[in-house]
Design a protein around this ligand. Structure first.
Ligand SMILES: Nc1ncnc2c1ncn2[C@@H]1O[C@H](COP(=O)(O)OP(=O)(O)OP(=O)(O)O)[C@@H](O)[C@H]1O
Length: 302
């Protein structure tokens, strides 16, 4: 293997008219494990996948997937990539058994055990028509089909969107307990941080088409801290607060969520007249959402 990157982009840009959806993106995703890609709406995730899967050319730069230029993928290369999105598009009129028969015929590496392992989490019967399945069952059926394909790369794009809590849990369990998922690289795009916390080894944050973070989720969480202080009056001018992501005043106390601050932040608050300064850790959900909201709210550079 020339390099062990499953996805690699170099200075990848995509422009739609006046809009820059991907901005000289350099991304290197190693083979294996589960990588989450998160970003606010419009960050460029779908654009990135459309280019990576060869559905659209970039405006500049290049994108490689499975070690190949994404614009030169053959049908055989594509069969090495499993894809599940929130639409769960399958012909409604076909029976489950007919879809399975068709896929088994299409994919030489078809793995019936992987299919059975995933579908066993759902009450899906072979004689049912796809259109009769519930949303959650359809998501599970799609996941079972994608894993049975024996993919090297499995892309899950908002796979649990619109599912209730029970169906979301079933989807995650069936993914986590599948041996087939251990054998491939999984890219998980989602806005659901509790899912990312459970499944992801690597957290990739995209913002306005640029890479903002690539680390273990817990390393990112450790970069964000929550400080509570009794600060007189309005507290320090917000533009002077280092690393500020979010500020709130609750019950007379100031709550600051800040990025990349150490104990020096306590000194800063005390110098601003604060008493009873305390810091506490935050959840991944809080950390990511504060980070995205802050950057999203800032005016874009011209
Ligand atoms: N065909 C298009 N023509 C013009 N602009 C587009 C087109 N597709 C996407 N965009 C713009 O490019 C930017 C990135 O869109 P993209 O769909 O890649 O984001 P996303 O991260 O997938 O968002 P979401 O989480 O909402 O699906 C957005 O600002 C969007 O308005």
């Amino acid at each position: 293997m020339p390099n062990d990157l499953i996805i690699e982009t170099r200075a990848l840009s995509k422009r739609y008219g006046r809009k820059l959806a991907l901005d000289r993106l350099d991304l290197a995703i190693p083979r294996g494990r589960v990588h989450a890609i998160v970003g606010a709406n419009g960050a460029g995730k779908s654009t990135l996948f459309r280019i990576l899967l060869g559905f659209m050319p970039p405006s500049a730069g290049d994108a490689r997937i499975l070690g190949k230029d994404s614009q030169a993928l053959t049908p055989q290369d594509r069969s090495r990539i499993g894809f599940v999105n929130e639409e769960h598009t399958l012909p409604n009129w076909m029976r489950v058994s007919q879809v399975v028969g068709m896929q088994r015929h299409q994919y030489g590496r078809w793995n019936q055990q992987a299919f059975d392992g995933v579908i066993g989490h759902y009450h899906v019967l072979p004689e049912q028509k796809v259109g009769q399945l519930s949303r959650g069952e359809r998501a599970g059926f799609n996941l079972a089909l994608a894993l049975a394909q024996g993919p090297e790369l499995l892309v899950l794009d908002e796979p649990t969107l619109g599912l209730d809590v029970v169906a979301k849990r079933a989807f995650l369990e069936s993914l986590l307990y599948s041996n087939a998922a251990d054998d491939c690289t999984v890219i998980y795009c989602s806005h659901q941080m509790e899912e990312i916390e459970r499944v992801a080894d690597n957290l990739i944050i995209l913002e306005r088409g640029q890479l903002k973070n690539m680390s273990a989720p817990e390393e990112f969480t450790a970069r964000v801290s929550h400080w509570v202080a009794d600060v007189p009056f309005k507290g320090p001018e917000l533009h002077t607060v280092p690393g500020l992501l979010e500020v709130q005043r609750l019950d007379g106390l100031h709550h600051y969520l800040v990025l990349d601050q150490d104990d020096g932040f306590e000194r800063f608050l005390r110098e601003a007249g604060a008493r009873n300064v305390q810091s506490m850790p935050v959840s991944l959900d809080r950390a990511v959402n504060a980070f995205l909201a802050k950057n999203h709210a800032a005016p874009a550079a011209a």
